[in-house]
Design a protein around this ligand. Structure first.
Ligand SMILES: *Cc1c(COP(=O)(O)O)cnc(C)c1O
Length: 430
């Protein structure tokens, strides 16, 4: 629990003359035009993250394949594709979305531990640049699909390096206790098998050890293990030309500890730049998290026992990270709190009928009253994409801001559209 009001730490989101702005647009203006709740994204913040990454990796040539599961808004995908990014996808739905955004199939990497035959067929038909394989059964299925259509499919093997990323247990993926990847010890055998399979063009290895990693050491260990495997694969007489180093770069949720990407870049170059492979990374959260806010309006205040609750119009269905991973998003009132305001500890909670529908207890917020607007900060990644319509609450709208321009990038879902998907059996009385 923080004892101080956490002020916005993102360059594109901050107070000006007492009001919260996203780029050059007052957040209140957007709220008045479209109503709450809504997500708003700063396009410039996203572009800046890509530039920062490229600077940190320079002079190594590393392709950035944005992990679109972090935020798949079509406008954001178009912007990132325009910057030259490829896409890391994990489902057939993401394949359709990224193709709809105009991303060239060659620049798509298909990851994921459970691709269905239908999804594999769609990926092969589209001609995606790479399928990341996570098991021998999947490898055999891809080979079968490839032979049936007379193609050779570019494949890399995702290995599980058995490195603990020291992040939240629900977002750790790179230890032997997780479902992801081919076990490190089996990698050589599977690689040899993949290299002989007709229909498979076995190009390299992939790793991804988890998400929201702020410690640099797990990356170093992973990259060193990858470098070692490259040597052993070549010693075995097989070729390897591609390495996909995954994502996981952590961001700051409180203005303090994000990943040091300059050191990340240096470690990547030191361990892998000279290994004769094309390099790819797949950051998701790092690219979009800090660019987004969820804006909500205060509905009511109430006191229960000694605790104060402020009920807002956004809920766990709109932003489930606090309920799912005990995540904590900073809260930035739209009206800048005066310096001398006395903080009033309160629980900020949503309207959903679950006790886990809480954004947390905030120790240092100024008193908020009905009608006040607030932003949940650092809400660009794993927020809108995880939202649901629980309690028959429609998915909220998404606004994209760039400079002094903004647009409704995704409409609010309508209850009418949801009802249209349903029908009752004819024996059920109306
Ligand atoms: C989720 C995921 C990523 C992106 O992770 P971030 O923590 O958002 O950077 C990259 N690669 C794979 C395979 C993933 O599953």
């Amino acid at each position: 629990m923080t004892a101080e009001f956490v002020r916005p730490h993102v360059a594109q989101i901050g107070y000006r003359s007492g009001e919260l702005f996203i780029e050059q647009v007052p957040v209140r203006t957007i709220a008045e035009k479209f109503g709450t709740p809504f997500y708003a994204y700063s396009a410039s913040a996203v572009c800046q993250r890509i530039e920062m990454l490229r600077d940190a990796l320079h002079p190594a040539e590393v392709q950035i394949c944005y992990a679109m599961k972090a935020n798949n808004n079509l406008s954001l995908l178009r912007i990132l594709s325009g910057l030259g990014c490829g896409m890391d996808i994990v489902s057939g739905g993401e394949l359709e979305r990224t193709l709809a955004a105009g991303v060239p199939a060659q620049k798509i990497v298909f990851s994921g531990v459970g691709k269905s035959e239908q999804e594999i067929k769609a990926a092969v038909a589209a001609g995606v640049g790479q399928l990341n394989v996570e098991s021998t059964e999947e490898l055999e299925l891809i080979a079968k699909v490839a032979r049936n259509v007379g193609r050779k499919v570019p494949v890399v093997l995702r290995v599980n390096p058995d490195v603990d990323a020291a992040t939240h247990p629900k977002i750790t993926t790179g230890t032997r206790h997780n479902k992801f990847g081919i076990p490190y010890e089996a990698a050589l055998t599977v690689y040899a098998r993949a290299s002989t399979l007709p229909g498979i063009d076995c190009l390299g290895l992939a790793v991804h050890i988890g998400s929201q990693i702020t410690d640099i050491l797990p990356f170093r260990k992973t990259f060193e293990r990858v470098a070692e495997l490259v040597g052993r694969i070549r010693a075995q007489g097989n070729t390897i030309t591609r390495l996909d180093l995954g994502g996981g770069l952590g961001v700051s949720y409180d203005g303090r500890s994000g990943i040091d990407i300059v050191t990340y870049g240096a470690i990547l170059r030191e361990t892998l730049a000279d290994c004769g492979c094309e390099l790819t990374i797949e950051p998701g959260r790092f690219v979009v998290a800090e660019a987004g806010i969820l804006v909500s309006e205060v509905l009511y205040n109430k006191v229960q026992g000694s605790e104060k609750f402020t009920i807002v119009d956004a809920g766990m269905n709109d932003l489930m990270r606090p309920a799912l991973y005990d995540a904590r998003h900073p809260i930035w009132p739209i009206a800048e709190p005066a310096a001398e305001t006395l903080a009033e500890p309160c629980h900020i909670v949503g309207p959903v009928c679950e006790s886990s529908d809480t954004f947390g207890k905030y120790e240092a917020l100024p008193p908020l009253v009905s009608g006040d607007l607030l932003a949940l900060g650092v809400a660009g990644a794993y927020c809108a994409v995880m939202s649901s319509s629980y309690n028959a609450r429609p998915l909220v709208q998404e606004i994209l801001v760039e400079g002094n321009r903004y647009c409704l990038a995704r409409h609010r879902q309508t209850v009418a559209a949801m009802l249209k998907l349903e029908q009752a059996g004819e024996w059920i009385a109306a």
